[in-house]
Design a protein around this ligand. Structure first.
Ligand code: FES
Length: 368
């Protein structure tokens, strides 16, 4: 392959902002370098896990049905004498299941709890199997592997905050609400869902709303359908509020489209799934070992096409930051669109196929 990929303008990050964002660069630095160093020992001098790249053996310590189709898990380190790495609201971790499937889940417990991480998982019967395995085959005592927490959705604790959650999108926002309540911020949280029975953590959220009026639970079936963007943004505690949002793509897209006409100041969001391909051009993949050639259309990712060819193709975030879909490219020029690979890894021919592409008509040869 060509050693120097064609430079591209940086793609939007997960919050819809350009990568060239000084605040995000600062947070990246803090989460990648400072936090791991600063948390090597806790205040009692106990050792914590020293490397962010290390995976931790963990066990399922508890599981709770939180709502219809939603179960939460408390995960503890297999070595209970070692406190778990610290995390901040908005963080997620990779979970490698006993089957080998690797998935990412937001942490929805309390960052002050260094003995366990809590995640919550909605069962998706038509998904690729990760949620079904958790719901059906992961009892208390099951062993699995977890990564250190990473934060691609950091909470900046703005003075006025609107949190918008769609369904299981409540998971990264619950710790933000807890932090907002703890700091005495002027916060509101709107949680939407199909019905009350499917919406987890209502009691926990209610307990945070000590004065009343900060929490809006909005089941679609009690309001004749999903909320529109104007209704959601209308819950902002005042002009200049920062908005944090996690939910399904239609909700995100409608709020993003309406945001500029709202009095809110900043929009931060996390997607459930991959963003649509923008400025894509068709190219080709050739699998070196089998000789198979696959066409990647302008509006699909290389990962999509590879999964169609081989459903066992590994992936997790589909957004270019977990690294699970990494492949080696032995010929062709890559348009790198991820936030993860270093210049050296790119020069060595690595590619994250969930987001990265190639110029029109290019043929990328993948090793494998
Ligand atoms: S699946 Fe996470 S980087 Fe590609």
């Amino acid at each position: 392959m060509s050693p120097e990929p064609t430079p591209l303008p940086p793609p939007p990050d997960l919050y819809g902002r350009g990568r060239d964002d000084r605040f995000m660069r600062f947070l990246d630095t803090v989460t990648r370098f400072y936090l791991p160093i600063s948390t090597r020992r806790d205040r009692y001098g106990r050792r914590t896990v020293p490397s962010t790249s290390a995976l931790l053996p963990a066990v399922v310590a508890a599981r709770t049905v939180e709502a219809e189709g939603v179960v939460s898990l408390h995960l503890r380190s297999a070595d209970s004498s070692v406190p778990l790495p610290a995390w901040q609201p908005g963080a997620h971790l990779d979970v490698e299941l006993p089957s080998g499937l690797r998935r990412q889940y937001s942490l929805c417990g309390d960052p002050a709890d260094r003995n366990s991480y809590r995640i919550a998982v909605r069962r998706i019967d038509t998904g690729a199997g990760g949620s079904l395995e958790i719901h059906q085959n992961l009892p208390v005592g099951s062993e699995l592997t977890i990564s250190h927490p990473r934060n691609a959705f950091p909470f900046a604790a703005d003075p006025a905050v609107l949190l918008i959650a769609g369904g299981i999108g409540i998971t990264p926002l619950l710790p933000m609400a807890r932090e907002a309540a703890r700091r005495g911020l002027d916060w509101r949280l709107v949680h939407t869902g199909r019905s009350r029975a499917t919406m987890p953590f209502a009691a926990e959220l209610g307990a945070l709303d000590r004065d009343g009026g900060r929490l809006v639970l909005r089941p679609d079936d009690e309001h004749g359908g999903p909320a529109d963007a104007a209704e959601l943004l209308g819950h902002a505690p005042g002009p200049g509020a920062a908005v944090y949002m996690c939910g399904p793509a239609p909700m995100l897209d409608s709020v993003r489209a309406a945001f500029d006409d709202s009095p809110a100041r900043a929009l931060h969001f996390e997607r459930f799934s991959a963003a649509p391909v923008t400025d894509g051009r068709p190219f080709t993949l050739r699998l070196r070992r089998s000789g198979v050639t696959l066409a990647v259309p302008a509006d699909r990712s290389a990962l999509d096409v590879l999964r169609e060819h081989d459903p066992a193709t590994p992936y997790s975030c589909c957004q270019g930051y977990c690294g699970v879909c990494r492949r080696n490219v032995t010929a062709g020029t890559v348009e790198h669109r991820d936030r993860r690979l270093s210049d050296q890894e790119r020069a060595e021919g690595q590619m994250l196929v969930c987001v990265s592409r190639a110029p029109e008509g290019e043929c990328l040869e993948l090793d494998g």
